[in-house]
Design a protein. Structure first.
Length: 333
C-alpha cells in the first residue's frame, strides 16, 4: 500500500490524524462513575485483538495519515505483554507520537520501561488528592501509589505529565482549586474534564455534571489565566496558564462547549471496532474482515468508510438526545 497518498479526511473536511487504541476492556479500578456496581461482563481472550492485529491496523492507519496514537483502555497497563508491545508500536515509521492514558496504579514501578519503550507523554487519571476519597471513588486504596508515580514521572522528565480530573458535583468539585494550585509550582498539566453521560453516567447521574464555565470561574479566582495557543498534535483542551506558572490548566468540555468541529479522532475498541465518535453509537468492524483474510487495502477502505461516516457532531446537548449505550471502559475514554 502506498504511504500517505490517501488521507483520512471526513465529509466535513476534518483530517483524522489521531487514533485512540483501547488495548483492553479490563481495569484494576472500579470508578463509581465508570463501571457499574455489578461490573461489566469481561470479554474473552479470543474476542479482543491480538497485539499483532493491533500493530497491523496501526500501520494501516499511519499509512492513511494518522501520526498520533494514544493507548487507553480499560487500564492499558494491566494487559499482559504491554511493555513488549509498546516499543513495536512506537517504532512504526511515520508515527510522531505515542502516548498513554493510565490510572497510574502501575506507573511508579514501570516508568523506566515506558520511557525506554518510547513513551514521553502520559496522562494520569486522578480525581482527588485525598486518600480516603480516592478509595471511595475507585474502590481501591491506591492514592499514594498513583501520586508516587506522578512524582517519579516528573523526576524522570516525562513531559508533559497531564493529570485528568473528571469533575463531578458533590464528589470532587470542592477540589478544583487544589488541583489548579498544583500548576503554580510544578509543570503539571491539569485537565478538568466535564462528566459525560456515558455508561454509568446515565440520565440521573448526569445531574452531577459541572459545566465548564463554572469550573473556569472557580479557577480564575486564583489569578489571571493566560490563553495558550494550540499546535497540531494538541487535543481538544482549551489551554491556559497562570502568569509565570510552570504548569498548565486545560478545560475539556464535551457537552457545554463541544469541540466536534475540530475533532480529529478515531477510536479502535478492544474488539476491533472502529468508532468515529465517542458519544455516538456507530462502530464498524475490522476484526472479522481481518480474521477472514481481508487485505491491507481492504482494511484501509474500512478506515476510510469510518472516516466518511463520522458524524458532524454528537447530539447530547439537544433535549431528546439518545445516550450512547457503551461503557467507557470498553470503548476507551
Ligand atoms: N484506565 C485508564 C485511565 O484511568 O485513565 C484509561 C481508561 S479511562 C476509561 C479514561 C478516562 O475516561 C479517565 O480519565 C476517566 O476518568 C474518564 N471517564 C470515564 N467515565 C467518564 C465519564 N462519564 N465522563 C468523563 N470522563 C470519564
Amino acid at each position: 500500500m502506498g504511504s500517505n497518498h490517501i488521507q483520512l479526511i471526513d465529509q466535513y473536511d476534518r483530517h483524522l490524524n489521531y487514533l485512540r487504541i483501547s488495548v483492553t476492556d479490563r481495569c484494576n479500578l472500579r470508578c463509581l462513575y465508570c463501571i457499574p456496581p455489578d461490573g461489566i461482563a469481561k470479554l474473552g481472550h479470543g474476542d479482543i485483538l491480538t497485539y499483532e492485529e493491533i500493530l497491523r491496523l496501526a500501520r494501516i492507519a499511519v499509512n492513511l495519515g494518522v501520526d498520533k496514537i494514544r493507548l487507553t483502555g480499560g487500564e492499558p497497563l494491566v494487559r499482559k505483554g504491554i511493555y513488549e508491545f509498546i516499543p513495536r508500536l512506537t517504532a512504526l515509521p511515520g508515527l510522531k507520537e505515542v502516548s498513554l492514558t493510565t490510572n497510574g496504579i502501575y506507573l511508579r514501578d514501570n516508568l523506566e520501561k515506558l520511557r525506554s519503550a518510547g513513551i514521553k507523554r502520559i496522562n494520569v487519571s486522578l480525581d482527588t488528592l485525598h486518600r480516603e476519597k480516592y478509595e471511595k471513588i475507585t474502590g481501591y486504596d491506591g492514592f499514594q501509589q498513583v501520586w508516587d508515580g506522578i512524582r517519579l514521572a516528573r523526576k524522570l522528565k516525562f513531559q508533559p505529565i497531564k493529570i485528568n480530573v473528571v469533575v463531578i458535583k458533590g464528589i470532587n468539585d470542592d477540589e478544583i482549586l487544589d488541583f489548579a494550585r498544583l500548576t503554580l509550582h510544578e509543570p503539571y498539566h491539569i485537565r478538568f474534564i466535564e462528566y459525560m453521560p456515558i455508561g454509568v453516567a446515565n440520565k440521573e447521574n448526569i445531574l452531577r455534571h459541572v459545566p465548564d464555565s463554572l469550573i473556569k470561574k472557580q479557577v480564575s479566582s486564583l489569578g489571571t489565566l493566560v490563553h495558550i495557543s494550540k499546535n497540531t498534535l494538541d487535543g481538544p483542551a482549551e489551554r491556559f496558564r497562570f502568569q509565570g506558572a510552570p504548569g498548565e490548566i486545560g478545560f475539556i468540555s464535551a457537552l457545554s462547549n463541544h469541540f466536534c468541529a475540530t475533532c480529529n479522532r478515531l477510536r479502535l475498541t478492544p474488539t476491533g471496532n472502529l468508532r468515529s465518535c465517542l458519544l455516538f453509537d456507530q462502530e464498524i468492524d475490522l476484526k472479522d474482515p481481518m480474521r477472514t483474510g481481508a487485505s491491507d487495502n481492504e482494511l484501509a477502505q474500512i478506515f476510510l468508510n469510518a472516516a466518511f461516516t463520522k458524524p458532524h457532531s454528537h447530539y447530547l446537548a439537544s433535549e431528546n438526545s439518545i445516550l450512547p449505550s457503551g461503557h467507557m471502559s470498553a470503548i476507551g475514554g
